[in-house]
Ligand binder design. Structure first.
Ligand SMILES: Cc1ncc(COP(=O)(O)O)c(C=O)c1O
Length: 350
């Protein structure tokens, strides 16, 4: 159980900010003659009409998401990818050149990039050799100006899940926000931390439609947190951050949960197939356990294999220069045909 005074950790000018009030903020009814937003009343220069501004708070999507995630609509923020939510956390809570955040490399690169864009110092506390949290190191690194700790679970690029008790200790001990990025949670047997939202006011959970739901091109991500935190993110986002088409398609996907689950199961089966294959391949020295839709494998000559695969038009991610990932390639689980092409190429490389 953890309560925090959100006003104390929010940037003062954001607390005092008078946000932009859109036409759709001021009149929220659906019926009427809409002469309030300077839209084109005739239609669009396309077959379908997109002449009206979309719902700024995406309530239909949030209402459909709520029972699936077990989170109230008021505790949900939707962003232009979860990357938008990551950036807004900086803008709401981190004072440039004063505050800092804590990252746990090797991890998702956007935490560092957003920190750099927002001129916020990053304190890095590397994961242990087995890619787990160095809890004491993290808590020791905290300063009075530490606002956010980003924990990616399952972690990208390592693919493993993190120890739940270690995360809970950080939630218990840290007085800033703990952002748990669950982009890959659907591929894991790890249950989401959403069940702890009411117990921890310092918890922010990030998820995305880009992976298991298969909607990367639409750009829509989720943040789950206390009503106060969600209200702050809403206060500083662009007024209509999720376009109409994306809202409609996200809603459609939420009515089709079984398709998402079927795809996840297929990807998990393919992941198991790839592991079986890699186990027999002498050039693969180690396969890191994965709770995501990718595998991190250690090979002898990562740069050479990466280039060889490029020549075969098979693109993987060379992570061999990343801390603790020396010698490693990150390979996304593809379709059976794509995986087979990879397997045939690697067999020929031996
Ligand atoms: C850990 C993690 N978080 C967030 C994202 C970004 O997700 P989105 O497409 O929702 O911006 C990614 C994308 O690869 C990711 O790996």
């Amino acid at each position: 159980m953890k309560s925090i005074d959100i006003n104390k950790i929010t940037r003062p000018h954001i607390l005092n900010l008078k946000p932009y009030s859109s036409a759709r903020d001021e009149y929220t009814g659906m019926a009427g003659t809409f002469l309030d937003a300077n839209e084109n009343p005739l239609g669009s220069a396309t077959d379908e009409n997109f002449n009206r501004y979309p719902d700024p708070y995406q309530w239909e999507v949030k209402k459909a998401l709520s029972p699936i995630k077990g989170v109230n609509p008021e505790n949900i923020f939707l962003g232009n990818g979860s990357d938008e939510a990551i950036d807004l956390l900086f803008r709401a809570f981190c004072e440039p050149k004063e505050d800092n955040i804590i990252t746990l490399p090797p991890t998702y690169g956007m935490y560092q990039v957003c920190a750099d864009i927002n001129l916020v110092e990053v304190i890095s506390v590397p994961l242990t050799k087995d890619f787990q949290l160095n809890v004491e190191g993290i808590l020791d690194a905290v300063t009075p100006s530490s606002k956010l700790i980003f924990i990616c679970n399952p972690n990208n690029p390592t693919g493993n899940k993190l120890d739940e008790q270690a995360i809970i200790k950080i939630l218990d001990e840290f007085d800033g926000l703990v952002a748990i990025d669950e982009a890959y949670i659907d591929f894991s047997d790890h249950t989401s931390f959403t069940s702890l939202l009411s117990a921890y006011q310092n918890l922010v959970i990030l998820q995305t439609f880009s992976k298991a739901w298969g909607l990367a091109a639409l750009r829509i991500g989720m943040a789950f947190a206390s009503k106060e935190i969600i209200a702050l993110l809403n206060k500083i986002k662009y007024p209509y951050n999720i376009n109409q088409l994306t809202q409609e398609k996200a809603l459609e996907s939420l009515k089709n949960v079984s398709k998402k689950e079927k795809m996840v199961n297929e990807i998990l089966q393919e992941r198991a197939e790839l592991i079986r294959f890699f186990e027999q391949l002498p050039l693969v020295k180690h396969i890191h356990p994965s709770h995501a839709n990718f595998l991190l494998i250690k090979v002898n000559e990562p740069g050479k294999i990466y280039q060889y695969l490029i020549e075969k038009l098979i693109i993987v991610r060379d992570r061999s220069k990343v801390m603790l990932c020396e010698g490693c390639l990150r390979i996304t689980v593809g379709t059976p045909k794509e995986n087979n092409d990879l397997i045939e190429a690697l067999k020929a490389c031996e």
